[in-house]
Design a protein around this ligand. Structure first.
Ligand code: HEM
Ligand SMILES: *[C@@H]1O[C@H](CO)[C@@H](O)[C@H](O)[C@H]1NC(C)=O
Length: 214
């Protein structure tokens, strides 16, 4: 009886903690690119992770550009970040490896079928930090249009540079069969959500770092 109460008490505490504003991310400085990122490690299978990192300018102007990094084990066919934490009505930034070529694509959809190319957000791949090696593929890209975007009707969503933002990812084991950003994506096996702290993702020298890594 005491044991059961103990567990309930711990569960209640955990419930409380996950409902607070605490984010699911930690801060890393990437030695290769020089960006300070806040990062989330997303489990896509038990014990296997895709790393999603976000860097923003400090201070962040309205509709700020951001830099994101995806670090995925080779076995990841494609993975994508949903900036509005939903499959629908927000920019989806997808990455995969086509042989030794890392590929990125921005998609969008209003229904849960294959998202099509979206030109309302623009990506610039940064040369440093974008690569394929024997164990991983990695993308580092600047996105214009990922921090603020139209959702439905005349609504706009803007991600808070000073707090946590709900994001989502999706994972598929199936690799798209070309290096075209319009390549066919097969449906994901896994998706999930997290709270990404943007307040720790600030970079005073954001523009210089973009330049230096281009
Ligand atoms: C061929 C491509 C895709 C197909 C056919 C597809 C289909 C679907 C379907 C049917 C669901 C509902 C699942 C359920 O209710 O159990 C779903 C959910 C979801 N998908 Fe996709 N999807 C595709 C690509 C993507 C991409 C590229 C992303 C990018 C991140 C994504 C993110 C999500 C998320 C986050 C959900 C959870 C529901 C939501 O938050 O809207 N999907 N998808
Ligand atoms: C391959 O890339 C991953 C991701 O960037 C990195 O962690 C790993 O150290 C690299 N492996 C080698 C052998 O360079």
């Amino acid at each position: 009886m005491r044991w059961n109460l103990g567990l309930a008490y711990v569960a209640a505490l955990l419930g409380c903690a996950s409902e607070s504003l605490a984010a699911d991310t930690s801060v890393v400085r990437d030695g290769e690119t020089g960006f300070t990122f806040s990062e989330f490690r997303a489990a896509y299978q038990i014990g296997l992770y895709i790393t999603f990192r976000v860097a923003i300018p400090a201070p962040a102007p309205p509709n700020y550009d951001l830099v994101f990094q995806i670090i995925a084990p080779s076995a990841v066919g494609w993975t994508g970040l949903a900036w509005g934490a939903s499959m629908v009505n927000n920019p989806l930034t997808i990455g995969w490896a086509s042989g030794n070529t890392p590929v990125a694509s921005v998609r969008r959809t209003s229904i849960r079928t294959q998202p099509q190319i979206y030109d309302g957000a623009k990506l610039q791949l940064l040369k440093t930090g974008t690569k394929v090696n024997g164990t991983h593929w990695q993308i580092t890209a600047k996105c214009s249009g990922c921090s603020s975007f139209a959702t439905t009707g005349s609504n706009t969503k803007s991600l808070n540079p000073a707090g946590s933002n709900r994001l989502a990812f999706a994972y598929s084991k199936n690799r798209p069969n070309s290096a075209s950003s319009a390549a066919v994506l097969s449906v994901h096996e896994v998706y999930n959500y997290w709270d990404h702290d943007f307040s720790t993702a600030g970079n005073i020298d954001f523009d210089q770092l973009v330049q230096r890594n281009s």
